[in-house]
Design a protein around this ligand. Structure first.
Ligand code: CO
Length: 686
C-alpha cells in the first residue's frame, strides 16, 4: 500500500451514500468522443448519445468529453450532422456536467495550422455553443501553437487544459529527448501559460505504470495545477498506470463506460470505481447507476455499431505498440497502404525504417497529424528509395514540416533531408523559425465570401473554412440544396435486426438465391457490410413504401484478410471504416475527399488514359494508385531531371513526382481529380 492510499474497511459499500473520500479521484468520461473514435471510427451519432445523457449527468463526472478530435470532421462528412448542433443538443440533457473538447491547438479540429482569425472565431463559437473545457494539444508539443487559442479560451472565460503529448524513443521513459526533465519542463511551461489543469496525453498507451508514477510525482512537485492522465488501453498497461498515477497523487483520470472501453480505447470506469471503494481516493460513484447506463449502451446503442468494430483478432491488446511504439491506428494505415501497393511483405522493413524517418524528422511525437506524416513517408522510403538515393519521394506534408509550418521539432530535422525537401518548395527554401501561424494570412473573410448565399451563420462559415470541400457539401445537404445521400443516413435497430436475421439464415444454409427474381434496386438502396467471421456480405437495404426491407444479399466476397479491420474495405481509402485522418484541405486540391463511397463498392475506375503510344519519350509511370492533384508542368515546358512534374495524392498525403529525365513535356495524360492506377503513364518527357 502506497503511503498515499488508505483503506477504511468500515466505509466500504456500494451504496452511493457512502461517506465521501478525502480526496476523490475525479473522472472524465470520454466514451462520447474518444471512445467511439477509437473503437468505431468516430461514427457515433448524437441520437445515440441522448438515451444515456441524463443518466450520465447524474454520475458525478468531473467532465464529459463530447467533441473535438475527429468528431467535427466525421459528423459533417459521414453522418450528415451539424457538429455545432451536437453541443447544443447534448447540453439540454447534460445540465450540470461540464463539457470538454479536444482542440488541436492552431490545427483546431482539422489537419493543418489555420490562421489566427479563424482560430479565434472557432474557439469563441465553441464556447458560445456550450463548450466549457478546452483540452489543447499540439502534435509537436510546440506551445507557440497554443498562443492564439489560449488567449481566446481565456477571453471566453473557459477552462484551459494544456496537454503534453507523451512519446518516447526508448522502451521506457528516458533517453536524451523525452526524459522526465522534458515533461516537467513542459508542465511548467503550461502553467506559465495559464493552464487550469495539465494533461499527460498518452495517445498510444505507451506510459508504463512506474513511469506514470514517477512522472506524476515529479510534475506535482513542480506545478500547482491539477494533473490529468489520458492513457489509451492499446498496449494493455493503462489500468496499471492509472493505479500507479493515483498512488502518486494524480487528480483526474480519463475512462470510458465499459461498452466503449479497452482495445485502442481506454480502460473502463467500473473496475476503477470498485478498486477505489472505501479508500481515501474513492470516486464516490454509484456502481448500480453505471450498470444501468451500460445496459442502455448494450441494448439500444451498440448493436447499431457492431459492424464497425474490429473483431478480427482475439487479443484486445496490440503487441506492436510494445514492440515498435506504433500506435494502433497508424499501424492499420501502414498495413492498408502497403496492401494497396501490393507490398504487404515489406512490413518488417517499414518497422525498421520508421524510427529512422522519425529521427530524421526531428524525433516528433506520433499523434494526428504527425503519425500519418511519418508513416506515409516511411512507406514511400521503403518502396521507392534505392542504394543511391534516400527520400526519393517526399510528401507535401513532410515539406511543410521541414519548412517549420507545424512548429519546432524536439530535435533539429536532419539537415540533408530538410534541404532536399525544401528544394523548389513554394513558400521558400529557407525554413522559418517563428510561430507558424505568423506566416499565414487571415482566412475567415475569404471563406465567408466563398459561401455567401449558402452559409447562414458564422458557425456554417467556420465549418466551411476548416473543411471547404466536405463542409460545402454538408451545407448543401443542410439547407436542402442537394439531396442527402443514403450512405450518410443512420442505421436503425430495425436495419440491424433484419441484417442479423439474414446472417442467421445464411449460416443455417436457409438462404435461397432468388436469381432473376429481384426487384429493381432503387436509388434509395443503402448498402451495409455484414461481417461473418472472416467473410463479408454486402447487404442492400431498400426502402419500399416507408419501411426499409432487405431486398438482396450478395454472396460472400473474397475472404477478408485476417488483418482487415471490420468495416474497412481494401482499396477504398475513404471507406467509412478508415481510421485515418483525411488530408488537410489545400487550396490547390480539387474535390479530394470523395463522397463516402458505398462501403463495398469497387474502387473508382481509373480515368481512361489517352493513348500514349504515339508520343515518343520517357514515360513517368504512377508509382502507386492515387488521385491527380495537379500538374506542375504543362505540355511544352522544359524540365530538368528531378523537377516536380505532378502532385499525386495517395493515402491522403501529397506526393511530388519528379521528372525521370531532362527534356520537354510531351504529354500530360490526366486532369486534376482523376484516379490513376499503379503503372499508368502520367506524362511523357521527350
Ligand atoms: Co485519445
Amino acid at each position: 500500500m502506497s503511503d498515499n492510499i488508505e483503506v477504511k474497511m468500515t466505509e466500504m459499500n456500494y451504496d452511493k451514500d457512502r461517506p465521501a473520500a478525502e480526496n476523490p479521484v475525479k473522472i472524465m468520461d470520454i466514451s462520447l468522443r474518444d471512445g467511439h473514435q477509437s473503437l468505431f471510427a468516430t461514427r457515433g451519432r448524437t441520437e445515440d448519445m441522448i438515451p444515456v445523457a441524463e443518466k450520465m449527468d447524474e454520475v458525478g463526472f468531473w467532465a464529459v468529453e463530447t467533441w473535438g478530435g475527429a468528431t467535427f470532421d466525421t459528423m459533417h462528412r459521414f453522418l450528415n450532422e451539424d457538429p455545432w448542433e451536437r453541443i447544443r443538443t447534448l447540453k439540454r440533457y447534460f445540465k450540470k456536467t461540464p463539457f470538454s473538447m479536444l482542440l488541436r491547438a492552431q490545427n483546431l479540429v482539422g489537419y493543418r495550422n489555420y490562421a489566427d482569425d479563424l482560430a479565434e472565431a472557432f474557439v469563441d463559437r465553441a464556447a458560445a455553443n456550450g463548450m466549457d473545457i478546452f483540452r489543447t494539444f499540439d502534435a509537436l508539443n510546440d506551445y507557440r501553437n497554443f498562443e492564439t487559442v489560449v488567449k481566446a479560451i481565456k477571453k471566453a472565460g473557459m477552462h484551459f487544459q494544456g496537454c503534453i503529448c507523451y512519446t518516447m524513443t526508448e522502451p521506457r521513459l528516458g533517453g536524451d529527448v523525452y526524459n522526465l526533465e522534458y515533461y516537467v519542463n513542459k508542465a511548467k511551461a503550461l502553467e506559465e501559460m495559464g493552464a487550469d489543469t495539465i494533461c499527460i496525453k498518452d495517445m498510444a498507451g505507451l506510459i508504463a505504470p512506474y513511469d506514470a508514477f514517477n512522472m506524476v510525482k515529479a510534475i506535482k512537485a513542480e506545478v500547482k495545477a491539477p494533473i490529468h492522465l489520458h492513457s489509451h488501453f492499446t498496449s494493455g498497461m493503462s489500468p496499471m498506470s492509472h493505479l500507479k498515477a493515483i498512488e502518486a497523487g494524480v487528480d483526474i483520470i480519463d475512462t470510458c463506460m465499459s461498452p466503449y472501453a479497452y482495445r485502442t480505447s481506454h480502460a473502463a470506469l467500473e473496475p476503477l470505481v470498485m478498486s477505489l471503494i472505501g479508500t481515501n481516493r474513492d470516486t464516490g460513484f454509484d456502481i448500480q447507476a453505471l450498470a444501468e447506463i451500460n445496459e442502455i449502451f448494450e441494448k439500444e446503442i451498440m448493436p447499431k455499431y457492431k459492424h464497425l468494430l474490429d473483431d478480427s483478432k482475439m487479443s484486445i491488446i496490440d503487441i506492436n505498440v510494445l514492440l515498435h511504439q506504433t500506435p494502433g491506428g497508424m499501424l492499420s494505415n501502414l498495413v492498408n497502404q502497403l496492401r494497396e501497393m501490393d507490398a504487404l511483405d515489406k512490413i518488417d522493413e517499414v518497422y525498421k525504417e520508421l524510427p529512422k524517418v522519425r529521427k530524421d524528422l526531428g524525433q516528433i511525437p506520433l499523434v494526428t497529424p504527425t503519425s500519418q506524416i511519418v508513416g506515409i513517408q516511411t512507406v514511400n522510403n521503403v518502396l521507392f528509395d534505392d542504394e543511391n538515393e534516400r527520400y526519393k519521394m517526399i510528401t507535401g506534408q513532410v515539406k511543410d514540416l521541414c519548412y517549420g509550418l507545424y512548429g519546432k521539432t524536439a530535435v533539429p530535422i536532419n539537415a540533408e533531408v530538410q534541404k532536399k525537401a525544401l528544394k523548389g518548395y513554394a513558400r521558400g527554401e529557407e525554413p522559418i523559425t517563428c510561430r507558424p501561424a505568423e506566416v499565414l494570412e487571415p482566412e475567415l473573410a475569404k471563406a465567408q465570401e466563398d459561401v455567401k448565399g449558402l452559409a447562414v451563420d458564422l458557425d456554417d462559415e467556420i465549418l466551411y473554412a476548416i473543411y471547404p470541400v466536405t463542409g460545402k457539401r454538408f451545407l448543401k445537404w443542410k439547407y436542402g440544396k442537394e439531396p442527402v445521400p443514403a450512405e450518410v443516413l443512420p442505421r436503425t435497430l430495425e436495419d440491424v435486426a433484419k441484417a442479423d436475421d439474414i446472417i442467421k439464415k445464411a449460416k443455417a444454409g436457409e438462404l435461397v438465391e432468388k436469381a432473376g427474381d429481384l426487384p429493381e434496386k432503387s436509388e434509395n438502396a443503402r448498402t451495409f457490410n455484414v461481417f461473418v467471421e472472416n467473410e463479408c456480405f454486402e447487404v442492400g437495404v431498400d426502402e419500399v413504401g416507408g419501411t426499409p426491407i432487405i431486398d438482396y444479399i450478395q454472396a460472400a466476397q473474397a475472404q477478408m484478410p485476417a488483418t482487415q479491420p471490420a468495416g474497412m474495405i481494401p482499396a477504398a481509402p475513404a471507406a467509412p471504416g478508415a481510421p485515418m485522418a483525411p488530408a488537410p484541405p489545400r487550396p490547390v486540391a480539387p474535390a479530394a475527399p470523395k463522397a463516402a463511397p458505398k462501403p463495398a463498392a469497387a474502387p473508382k475506375p481509373a480515368a481512361a488514359a489517352p493513348a500514349a503510344a504515339d508520343v515518343d519519350g520517357t514515360p513517368l509511370p504512377s508509382p502507386m494508385p492515387g488521385m491527380i492533384v495537379k500538374y506542375e508542368k504543362n505540355v511544352g515546358d522544359a524540365v530538368e531531371k528531378g523537377d516536380t512534374i505532378v502532385i499525386l495524392e495517395a493515402m491522403k498525403m501529397e506526393n511530388a513526382l519528379p521528372a525521370p529525365v531532362s527534356g520537354t513535356v510531351k504529354s500530360t495524360n490526366y486532369n486534376s481529380g482523376d484516379s490513376v492506377a499503379k503503372g499508368d503513364t502520367l506524362c511523357v518527357i521527350g
